[in-house]
Write a new protein. Structure first.
Length: 553
């Protein structure tokens, strides 16, 4: 018995036909869905190492895909709500025999001479030497002979290290002004450089190939089923550097390359294999933000470092604790750490970073002085991604630091005269100011969107949210809710020995919750917003929108 469906409305009829076709088992594929060769999904390696590597690469790709500088820097902090458990390095706290570890952690080879690029300005430096020499002698007498104040405002005698820093910080800006005024005719780019006094310098990166500590070894030994034979496998260690140069100069054009990036491996000098736990050298770990600050904020016009001048007063204090025989290595460590941190933080503002490899090198110049002793360095950053995948032989690039040994500008000041003046050192110092920045020949920001910075984004809500988060993170203020910790009695009586079975289970290690150090930045309860202020407003239970408060004029 058949039934005939009579539909008066034509629109209803079309709707029923379309619905019946949608649930029909008959399907007519189009020609575009056919391929000449079968395509199968990739076969993934399900081992622990492969899964860990894919997880890290996913994080790196997510950071690289972001379009603005601030979003990349915020995303670097996203996995850790309370900050990364990082090795803290400071410009003025250098351990004994720290040079091998410094070279390994920054992947830098050391060359004890200046590069050949300074030979191109040899003739100009010789011509400018007499005029600069006379004025520099007067400046030295003014700062180191006629100024004899040795006390602070309270009349207390300063230490030798503090006194040397005071003299250096007074002398260095005057030295820089003298050289800029005398050499600006030979190098007109000096007129357009920006000078920062005591800028904030911070850099964060992840160093791969470090051996695990005792706690991690114990954890791996307990999990013998999955980690058998892998107890001593190397890990990544986050590193956070803090420094404050006395003076830095920036330009809107980068410095020229010191050598070809691909020929870095042919340079004489090696990167030591020093993969021990840095705590054996006296360094400490601490929870801190992943901050990269080259002394200025994103959006500044002059973003390419030209030169930085550092003080060396910490060596006086270091001699009491260690020995003066290690001072030359300490100066090399100071130059390498500062140069690497400054170029790395600049690279982060150009769209690169600890998980985004460079596509071209970045160069800078560094001078360490107390007015009498000088150490000159030229540094080229060829690689900035140093995590596990890019550590060791897997990375085809390495950074290069050209550094001279400590040299004296003069021997002594007697009877109002500077004796034993070193003309060769002054000539090398002049050459640093004669190197001219060059116009970039490559795309300087290949991983950034046309907006470049969050301030150029038209979306108001996105711009406000990212900018507030960026400023809060880079202020290094602690979280308003402190991180939970395990007290000693809990470690003894509740974790190591279960002696309190009747106590209420409310701590994170009792209920099997996530450890505080694993908490992400997006795992928090947002601030309460009243109903009438929400966008879009929340619907009431009765199905209608809440009444907006009326405003009486």
């Amino acid at each position: 018995m058949a039934f005939k469906l009579s539909v008066a409305n034509e629109a209803t009829k079309k709707t029923l036909i379309s619905q019946s076709r949608r649930i029909s088992s008959y399907f007519q594929p189009s020609e575009s869905e056919y391929v000449s060769k079968a395509v199968y999904p990739p076969i993934l390696d399900l081992s622990r190492e492969a899964r860990k590597e894919r997880k890290i690469e996913t994080i790196a790709q997510n950071i690289t895909k972001l379009g603005t500088v601030e979003e990349k820097l915020v995303e670097l902090n996203a996995p850790k709500y309370y900050g990364w458990w990082s090795l803290n390095l400071n410009e003025r706290a250098i351990s004994y025999n720290a040079l091998p570890f410094t070279q390994f952690s920054t992947r830098t080879c050391l060359v004890n001479e200046l590069p050949s690029i300074y030979n191109d300005v040899e003739a100009i430096a010789l011509k400018s030497l007499p005029a600069v020499k006379d004025k520099l002698k007067d400046l030295i007498l003014q700062e180191f002979e006629y100024v004899t104040q040795r006390t602070n405002r309270r009349g207390e005698t300063k230490t030798t290290a503090t006194e040397e820093d005071r003299c250096s910080r007074n002398f260095i800006p005057l030295l820089n002004r003298l050289l800029v005024n005398q050499l600006s005719l030979q190098n007109e780019d000096l007129k357009t450089t920006e000078i920062d006094c005591n800028p904030r310098l911070e850099a964060f990166w992840s160093c791969g190939g470090i051996e695990p500590d005792k706690i991690l070894r114990k954890v791996r030994e307990k999990n013998e089923k999955f980690l058998k034979g892998k107890v001593d496998d190397p890990i990544d260690r986050p590193i956070q550097y803090y420094g404050t140069p006395c003076l830095s100069m920036r330009h809107n054009k980068p410095l020229p390359q010191l050598l070809d990036r691909n020929s870095g491996l042919s340079v004489e000098g090696t990167v030591p294999s020093w993969n021990l736990d840095p705590r054996v050298m006296g360094y400490k770990y601490k929870h801190c933000r992943a901050t990269n600050v080259p002394g200025f904020w994103p959006g500044t016009e002059n973003q390419h470092g030209y030169m930085s001048i550092l003080t060396r007063g910490y060596l006086k204090q270091r001699e009491y604790q260690l020995t003066a025989s290690d001072n030359q290595d300490a100066l090399h460590v100071q130059a390498i750490l500062h140069s690497f941190a400054w170029t790395l933080s600049q690279a982060c503002y150009l769209g690169f970073g600890p998980y985004t490899e460079l596509t071209y090198p970045i160069s800078t110049q560094t001078i360490i002085t107390d007015g009498q002793n000088y150490s000159l360095s030229a540094y080229q950053l060829n690689t900035c991604a140093l995590y596990d995948k890019h550590s060791g032989p897997a990375n085809p690039f390495r950074n290069v630091c050209y550094s001279t040994n400590e040299m004296k500008l003069y021997d002594i000041i007697e009877n109002g005269e500077v004796k034993g003046f070193n003309d060769d050192l002054l000539k090398s110092l002049i050459k640093f100011y004669l190197i001219k920045p060059v116009e970039p020949q490559v795309n300087m920001r290949p991983y950034l969107s046309p907006e470049l910075y969050i301030s150029n984004v038209s979306d108001t809500e996105r711009r406000k949210k990212v900018e507030e988060g960026f400023k809060h993170l880079f202020s290094n203020r602690p979280r308003h809710i402190l991180k939970e910790e395990i007290y000693h009695w809990e470690k003894i009586y509740k974790i190591d020995h279960d002696t309190r079975p009747m106590e209420k289970k409310k701590r994170f290690f009792d209920i099997g919750g996530k450890a505080p150090g694993m908490k992400r930045m997006d795992e928090f309860n947002p601030r309460y917003v009243p109903k009438h202020m929400r966008n879009p407003p929340k619907k009431s239970r009765r199905g209608r929108l809440p009444v907006q408060p009326s405003i009486k004029l």
